[in-house]
Design a protein around this ligand. Structure first.
Ligand code: PSU
Ligand code: MN
Length: 305
């Protein structure tokens, strides 16, 4: 089956990939289910223009009316941000949405899939999904981790939120053979905070070193991704203990309301926003911009190797 039957890549992105120019993939679940309207739309435009500022082509992914899409029109970004009736699309949702002609916002897992299909090697996001607290009984482990195990895309993130069990998330990544690199940091960051209490496998000194490790992994024939953990800039970081307390409240809400499955992550993100009076929002936006710039620099270095 010819993949073009299902997949459309914007001509600018296709040409950049063909010519070996740097491209950075962006997800859309952060737009539809991670950030509130209308800040999400402003974010969607700004993150793309920051990437362009580095001479890199941005590639936002989604499923639109049953088509896998790499590169979106402005009106499509806007409807994903307005977010009425937008499904959250992870790996298992893709065939259903495509076959039934629906629209879905891509998670880290499905964005990696679309990026890989398009030949894009670097992807920027906010935070990854991981092993949820209590996964010993709920078995709630994000499909993002399996994707990092198998799909050859480097993912730049600000670590993982403390809604997750970060220790178990890192154990899982170790089992799956995913290198976890800290960008100028020995600490694995906890999204809003620069430290989580856990370390990374290796602290890279700059984007060029990160690009060399990524390329070496694939040159060695090792499949799967690389995770680059990029701590939020100091001036935007939030207080660890305060966030810990707020996350505890959000987790208790979720448990009381029996929120499970794919609804859990968006539910917790929404609660955090509520409990921090929107203070977490500006941190969230700033760390995602920072990740986009770091990813763009890595993509530039990678394209030179
Ligand atoms: N964590 C965040 N912000 C997000 C997400 C996770 O701090 O927006 C989104 C990402 O798209 C991620 C997805 O891939 O949630 C994970 O969902 P789940 O846990 O259901 O796999
Ligand atoms: Mn889950």
């Amino acid at each position: 089956m010819n993949l073009s039957h299902y997949l459309s890549i914007a001509p600018e992105i296709e040409a950049a990939v063909r010519e070996g120019k740097p491209v950075v993939a962006l997800e859309s679940t952060i737009l539809s289910h991670g950030l509130p309207w209308p800040q999400n739309l402003e974010f969607a435009y700004r993150v793309q223009s920051l990437i362009r500022g580095h001479g890199v082509v941005p590639a936002t992914t989604a499923v639109i009316n049953g088509r896998l899409r790499v590169g979106l029109e402005d009106f499509e970004l806007e409807s994903l941000c307005r977010g009425t009736n937008i499904e959250k699309a992870s790996r298992r949702d893709l065939p259903i949405l495509v076959a039934t002609g629906k629209t879905g916002a891509t998670t880290v897992a499905s964005t990696m899939i679309l990026a890989s299909l398009a030949g894009i090697r670097v992807f920027s996001t906010g935070g990854i999904g991981g092993v949820h607290r209590g996964a010993q009984t709920s078995m709630d482990i994000s499909a993002d981790l399996q994707e990092l195990a198998h799909t050859p895309v480097a993912v730049v993130c600000a670590g993982a939120k403390m809604i997750l069990d970060i220790g178990l998330t890192l154990e899982y990544l170790e089992t799956m053979g995913v290198p976890v690199l800290g960008m100028r940091s020995e600490d694995f960051p906890a999204f809003y905070c620069r430290k989580s209490g856990y370390g990374v496998d290796y602290a890279v000194k700059d984007e060029q070193e990160a690009a060399r490790i990524i390329k070496t992994k694939w040159d060695l024939g090792l499949t799967g991704g690389v995770l680059i953990a990029n701590p939020v800039p100091e001036q935007y970081a939030l207080d660890f203990d305060e966030m810990d307390r707020i996350i505890q409240m959000a987790l208790e809400d979720a448990q009381r309301n029996k929120i499970t499955g794919k609804r859990l992550t968006p539910y917790l993100l929404d609660k955090l926003l509520q409990y921090t009076d929107g203070k977490s929002l500006s941190t969230n936006l700033q760390l995602a911009y920072h990740n986009a710039c770091t990813a763009a620099k890595i993509a530039v270095e990678f394209s030179r190797l």
